[in-house]
Write a protein that binds this ligand. Structure first.
Ligand code: DQA
Length: 148
């Protein structure tokens, strides 16, 4: 089983950006946490980050044959990007959306979400542990799909 985690703009600034909202863990901490979890669960997992919308679209397009599922935190592009939404629809990979913060209960502009309806599950407000929840949910989903 191969899972790709795709992170959008400023996720590389974890630990530096607003710690009251995003916590004190760094991006390196997140990388270590997810790769340890992947090892324990015997799955292959890669994680990428980009600050560029078009690059995220290209990542989605270029990897759909290489991975069984995507986990995506599109960050601010969640609220603006029809291009990322269209790319997810185009590849129709099982996809889970993750947000570190309680994105649905912050500023009104964050309530606009172009990505959610391209995902079979949405995980919010669990800090970086949301990524572990997402990997776990993806494993269950892919195991079930393979059984059917
Ligand atoms: C975020 C929420 C977005 O609104 C914000 O722009 C981010 C991070 C989250 O993980 O909580 O950069 O996606």
């Amino acid at each position: 089983m191969k899972i790709l985690i795709i992170n959008g703009p400023n996720i590389n600034m974890l630990g530096i950006r607003d710690q009251a909202i995003y916590g004190t863990s760094t991006y390196a901490d997140l990388e270590k946490m997810v790769s340890d979890f992947a090892l324990e669960n015997n799955i292959e997992l890669d994680m990428l980050q980009s600050n560029y919308e078009g690059e995220i679209v290209t990542i989605i397009q270029d990897n759909y044959l290489k991975y069984d599922g995507y986990i995506i935190n599109p960050a601010a592009y969640t609220h603006t990007s029809i291009a990322i939404y269209d790319a997810l629809l185009a590849v129709s990979k099982p996809t889970i959306e993750v947000h570190i913060s309680d994105v649905d209960n912050r500023e009104d502009f964050r309530k606009v979400n172009f990505i959610r309806s391209a995902c079979f599950k949405s995980i919010t407000n669990l800090g970086i542990n949301g990524y572990l929840e997402a990997i776990h949910a993806m494993i269950l989903h892919l195991d079930k799909t393979n059984e059917d």
